[in-house]
Design a protein around this ligand. Structure first.
Ligand code: CTP
Length: 442
């Protein structure tokens, strides 16, 4: 993201009254930095700390950085009913970190402390930023609570994957302070735009016209890299982690779509999304082609093998048998097949999105695929750039369509996903096809 974009993006926070809720997890230390950065961009910040948060960080630290002393209980300050005062004044409530307990209480409507009471008392937009161990984040109870909150319009900045407390690895780490503040700005600007109607320009970043712009639409996203077996223990694969595909699925679900993920990886899907697990290009082709007629939008984010061993050995190949003579054959190009079917009049999916993972000539190659595969958008991805492509939590892409080229600078994969969906949304709007599709057999 350029400096100008970042500044434009964050300007919605200038002068805004932000309640910063902090609940009791090790990531509470990052909330100190979030508080400072919110103040730096001109927000008026009131920290509200739970008892658990106070075990990790002290109230004086927040009070010194924020615009008002930290609120830690119903009875500590001058005001008799602090939660209603805070809830009414707030333009935005951000909870970072949000623990499983906080999320559970909020979803259940239990006002167990001044923070949950403020959350229940406010009508301002709320952004929660969960942080917990990967097992807890993946638990059905937590995911159902998140789904409940999302249904009620609460914004969720999903945790990222990486090192967790105690040295474990997994998804559950609080996003970096910069990402939290950028998302807070985006949520506030998006809510203001939705309240005023239409979309808004913030710096160079176009925000979606409303969270429900995919309401009633069916979106199928493929994710991960396929594995083509050589024998029962070996395969030809690639480095795709599936993170960009899952970010697209999460963004589409948050914008109201009914989402299906056809995936080769085991990541927590967004609440409510259907998951079809596959391994090979042939299995992915079968899963996608058998469903495509019901979909409004298909996004082929998966890295599908172009070649597979002609014959996989049924038993393990041993060194003593010599170097195996693996003969390759091409796989079906699923994206090109969908483009072909649509050109032949099958009609659906109405918007077809491909990816182009490249190491050179990105725009030329992405534009070439637009024509050769007959798709509406190609998302070009420089997989050798810094912080981009396989395995990273960030990406930078070039979106190519008949309308032109849009560069999306280095951003969290979720923001990249929203930029791709913005392009899809404007294609649907331009063709006047915003209502759900009727099933046409292809
Ligand atoms: N794709 C597909 N089926 C395949 C191969 C690729 O559907 N068998 C899709 C990918 O999901 C992606 C797009 O095609 O959306 C581009 O794939 P990529 O491998 O980057 O390019 P190719 O078309 O395979 O061409 P090349 O190898 O020449 O770059």
């Amino acid at each position: 993201m350029t400096r100008r974009q970042a500044e434009g993006h964050l300007s919605s926070l200038a002068g805004a009254e932000v309640v910063l809720g902090v609940s009791g997890g090790i990531a509470a230390y990052k909330a100190v930095e979030i508080c400072r950065r919110l103040v730096d961009v001109g927000a008026r910040v009131v920290p509200v700390l739970t008892e658990g948060a106070l075990r990790f960080v002290g109230a004086p630290t927040f009070s010194a950085l924020a615009s008002e002393p930290a609120v830690t209980s119903f009875f500590a300050g001058d005001h008799a009913i602090p939660h209603t005062r805070l809830g009414r004044r707030a333009d935005l409530v951000v909870v970072a970190p949000a623990t499983a307990r906080l999320i559970g209480s909020y979803a259940a409507g239990i006002s167990s402390d001044v923070l949950t009471a403020t959350l229940l008392a406010t009508t301002a937009p709320v952004l929660i930023c969960p942080a917990m161990h990967a097992e807890m984040w993946g638990h059905a109870a937590v995911q159902e609570n998140i789904a409940t909150l999302r249904r009620r319009g609460v914004h969720v900045l999903e945790p990222e994957s990486g090192r967790l407390a105690g040295g474990d690895e997994g998804t559950g780490r609080l996003q970096d302070p910069d990402v939290v503040v950028a998302e807070a700005a985006r949520v506030l600007a998006g809510e203001r735009a939705a309240a005023g109607g239409g979309s808004t320009e913030i710096g160079d970043l176009r925000l979606p016209g409303g969270l429900g712009d995919f309401d009633g639409l069916r979106v199928l996203v493929t994710a991960g890299g396929t594995r083509e077996p050589i024998d029962p223990v070996r395969f030809i694969g690639n480095r795709s982690s599936g993170k960009q595909g899952y970010a697209l699925a999460a963004a589409a679900a948050a914008r109201g779509a009914k989402v299906t993920i056809v995936s080769t990886v085991d990541l927590p899907p967004p609440p409510g999304a259907g998951v079809v697990t596959v391994e090979t290009a042939a299995e992915m082709a079968e899963a996608v082609l058998s469903r495509a007629s019901r979909e409004d939008v298909v996004v082929m984010a998966a890295a599908v093998a172009d070649f597979r061993p002609k014959e996989a050995s049924a038993t393990k190949l041993h060194k003593s048998d010599g170097v195996p003579d693996v003969v390759l054959e091409p796989t079906l190009d699923i994206l090109a097949e969908l483009g072909r079917l649509r050109r032949e009049g099958a009609g659906v999916p109405r918007v077809l999105v491909g990816f182009a993972a490249e190491t050179a000539d990105l725009v030329a190659r992405a534009s070439g695929k637009l024509g050769s595969k007959h798709v509406d958008l190609v998302v070009g991805n420089d997989v050798k750039g810094v912080g981009t492509g396989f395995g990273h939590d960030t990406n930078a892409v070039t979106i190519v369509s008949e309308e032109g080229i849009t560069e999306v600078p280095l951003s969290p994969k979720r923001e990249i996903a929203d930029a791709v969906l913005d392009a899809v949304s404007s294609l649907l709007a331009r063709s006047g096809q915003t209502s759900p599709s009727k099933e046409i057999k292809c």
